[in-house]
Design a protein around this ligand. Structure first.
Ligand code: GAF
Length: 387
């Protein structure tokens, strides 16, 4: 996480409120190494928190008002009382992420208090790196510094943030982005069982780099297509008579998958095979086997492209460009919800420069924009960075 961003947020707070903040917290964005669309199927995911985050500087007011300034939106503001019903606003949208989290905490009877807040961040927005989860988790983490929140765990923060998105903002996301933002471990990916909510850190092998390529393809259809995929998965689970596709294995799919229509069968096949790949990737990464990770990431990409149908041609092209350079020495696949956004690659450090050069030379992107390239460090989850 960037010291510059922390200092920038602190200064913005002092300029606005005329006093030093009494706490600064951060919550990171994320990149998912493998396990796509498995979270809302009660399955497995293997994301890492990244060193791009939302930073909040705040000061307790001593009353029941929350006053928030968005430093990155020309100082746009929102203000509301904790003692009146917290309503959804038509705009600005960012305010609803904050309001949703706080309303959920009020409804749960948590001892919330008024704050002056300045929010800033460097998670690329609209790129599929979970800038919104980093905002909601950062708000939860801020309130977790208050007396009476001692038992409010990182998982509680994550589930509060997810409910805010599901019930207040209206995005039907799963729980992966919020859990990794709240619970990430520096230098590690996190194996998450999205049903039991158990998490297990898995070290990123020494000498391996995480590269992220933003295709700069706008993720236009993402909400409607995401909800369609969810509905198709739920329909398939009903067909098998199980609570979620997590409970379907390859043998069940082989035996009864043929009764499904062709599209629903492909959706189910992605989830069943992707869950198996995450379990295998957990082992491969733990053993530092980048070559095996590469095979699993390649199969994940093909499954997203052909069975779940969430990639787009420019993303497939970006994956091929990276794969041509890394061969069997690493892995590359689309990451996130799909329909644009980012590609993630796990590569030996020695290949970072040649991969970058190839992408800069060969990937034109939409309107000749090229890709935006990030070399990330697997980072810690949400926490207090200054008190
Ligand atoms: C988005 C959602 F928010 C996550 O919950 C997850 O489903 C992901 O898409 C796909 O794996 O980031």
């Amino acid at each position: 996480m960037s010291e510059t961003l922390i200092n920038h947020t602190r200064t913005a707070f002092e300029n606005k409120f005329g006093a030093a903040p009494d706490v600064i917290v951060q919550a990171p964005g994320r990149v998912n190494l493998i396990g796509e669309h498995t979270d809302y199927n009660d399955g497995f995911v293997l994301p890492a928190a990244i060193d791009y985050s939302t930073v909040i500087a705040a000061r307790r007011r001593g009353d029941r008002i929350v006053h928030i300034v968005a430093a990155d939106y020309a100082g746009a503001e929102d203000q509301f009382s904790l003692d009146a019903p917290i309503e959804r606003r038509d705009e600005p949208m960012w305010a609803n992420y904050v309001r949703g989290v706080i309303r959920d905490m009020v409804e749960k009877g948590l001892p919330v208090q008024g704050f002056d807040i300045v929010v800033s961040g460097d998670v690329p927005q609209g790129a599929g790196l979970s800038s919104s989860a980093s905002l909601t988790v950062a708000i939860g983490r801020l309130f977790a510094t208050l007396p009476g929140f001692e038992n409010f765990s990182p998982i509680d923060i994550a589930l509060t943030a997810q409910r805010a998105e599901n019930n207040f903002v209206g995005t039907k996301c799963g729980n992966m982005d919020q859990i990794i933002s709240a619970s990430g471990v520096a230098g590690h990916a996190l194996m998450i069982d999205c049903r039991s909510l158990e998490t297990q850190p898995v070290p990123i092998p020494a000498g391996a780099a995480i590269m992220i390529f933003n295709s700069n393809v706008q993720r236009g259809l993402v909400d409607s297509e995401y909800n369609t995929r969810r509905a198709q998965c739920e329909e398939a689970a009903r067909h098998f008579g199980v609570p979620a596709l997590r409970d379907v294995d390859q043998a069940m799919l082989d035996a009864r998958g043929g009764e499904l229509d062709a599209v629903t069968l492909r959706r189910a096949r992605h989830i069943v095979s992707e869950n198996a790949r995450v379990l295998a990737a957990n082992e491969a990464l733990g053993q530092g086997d980048l070559s095996r990770m590469g095979e699993l990431m390649a199969a994940s990409h093909v499954s997203m492209r052909d069975d779940f149908e969430i990639t787009v041609p420019l993303i497939d092209q970006l994956v091929d460009i990276v794969k041509n350079v890394i061969g069997a020495q690493g892995g590359v696949r689309m990451t996130g919800g799909g329909f644009g956004g980012c590609v993630v690659s796990l590569v030996p450090e020695a290949l970072v420069a040649p991969v970058r050069a190839a992408v800069e030379k060969e990937y034109a992107g939409p309107n000749g924009q090229g890709a935006t390239i990030y070399v990330c460090k697997a980072s810690a989850g949400a926490g207090v960075v200054a008190a």
